[in-house]
Unconditional design. Structure first.
Length: 351
């Protein structure tokens, strides 16, 4: 039985490392939520690898790799919080001050390296135990509470949408947060009650990693056709990143969206590219249709005017018309679709 457990832990750890590498590569994408989830999965993978080493006896062998050194639990709370923000707030962007959330992580690494070089046992100090054991737990519980409050708040407003429109994408998020909540619950029990069956947490992590891999497979189980049915379906002669930049530039700097009758053809003419190519760029990289994409700029223009205080001497309808909307009904419908609230309710809550 022990040998079976060893093999399961090792397999889950390896799979976890592969998943984390795939997620960490998303640091170069606009939505960096996957990157921060990758950091969490990486910590869990080291945890399972350490458990494998304890069961197999590897940890006690000469020259064993110090897996425990990489178990920086302080990395978990800020990473999960940033992952949550990216998946519940479409306007969220990583800012410079967010780096300060990881200062405790760097502090633990620095002090651990100093302790290793001076043969100091930091765990002999109560303050250190609180810093590396209890502080991460409190932060972990805090971000889990934040997620569930945010989730149920959005559900009450019928505004919750996980990133991605497929049901599997939403299921993955809920499975992940439910599993993390179980980990948090047992972590609290083991830390404050003293019921030390840590194998339960390890089992949850194993199931989480295998389950996450399975859901990812379901989410992308279709294989590309060997024969291109539509020869013009892709655009190999166009530079997508450059035209995406120009698309943003044309809409933001030239404010073409202020024209309520702006057509896809007019936008394509402004970019000097085929209409189908503009539609391809929007669908492929922004995961929206043309109207949703352009209306997003109009909503942001309206919010910018409202934040600047223009609503003090203008009606909401006037601001909406100035932002490119053609009518009150269209504005209200689009605004609620983007924010989950009516314009007046949203402004009242965020002022």
């Amino acid at each position: 039985m022990t040998e079976v457990s060893e093999n399961i832990y090792f397999a889950a750890a390896v799979l976890g490392f592969l998943i984390s590498l795939a997620l960490l590569s998303r640091v170069f994408t606009p939505n960096k939520g996957g990157f921060f989830l990758g950091l969490v999965v990486l910590i869990f993978s080291f945890e399972l690898l350490l458990s494998w080493g304890a069961l197999s006896g590897y940890n006690n062998s000469p020259g064993a790799f110090p897996f425990g050194f990489f178990l920086n639990y302080l990395l978990i709370p800020p990473s999960i919080w940033l992952f949550i923000k990216y998946n519940t707030d479409r306007r969220f962007r990583f800012q410079r001050w967010h780096f300060w959330l990881f200062v405790p992580v760097l502090l633990e690494i620095g002090l651990s390296l100093i302790a290793r070089s001076t043969s100091t046992n930091l765990r002999a100090y109560t303050l250190w135990i609180f810093f590396v054991d209890y502080l991460p737990l409190l932060g972990f519980i805090g971000v889990l509470v934040y997620f569930w409050r945010t989730y149920f708040g959005l559900r009450r407003r019928n505004a919750f949408k996980a990133k991605g429109k497929q049901p599997i994408s939403q299921i993955k998020l809920l499975v992940l947060m439910s599993a993390l909540s179980l980990v948090g619950l047992f972590w609290v029990v083991f830390s404050f009650v003293g019921w030390a069956y840590f194998e339960i947490i390890e089992l949850i992590l194993v199931l989480l990693i295998f389950g996450f891999a399975f859901l990812n497979f379901l989410d992308g189980q279709q294989f590309p056709a060997l024969v291109q049915t539509d020869p013009g379906g892709d655009f190999p002669n166009y530079d997508d990143p450059e035209h995406l930049r120009r698309l943003q530039q044309v809409l933001q700097e030239e404010a073409l969206f202020l024209n309520p009758n702006l057509s896809l053809k007019e936008l394509a003419n402004a970019l000097d590219v085929p209409v189908r190519y503009v539609s391809y760029l929007i669908n492929r990289y922004h995961h929206k249709n043309y109207k949703e994409f352009v209306n997003g700029f109009r909503v942001e223009a309206f919010l910018a005017k409202a934040r600047a205080g223009e609503q003090a001497h203008k009606t909401l309808l006037a601001l909406a018309l100035e932002s490119g909307f053609s009518s009150k009904s269209t504005f209200n419908q689009v605004f609620k679709s983007h924010t989950g609230q009516s314009p007046s309710a949203y402004l009242k809550q965020n002022n």
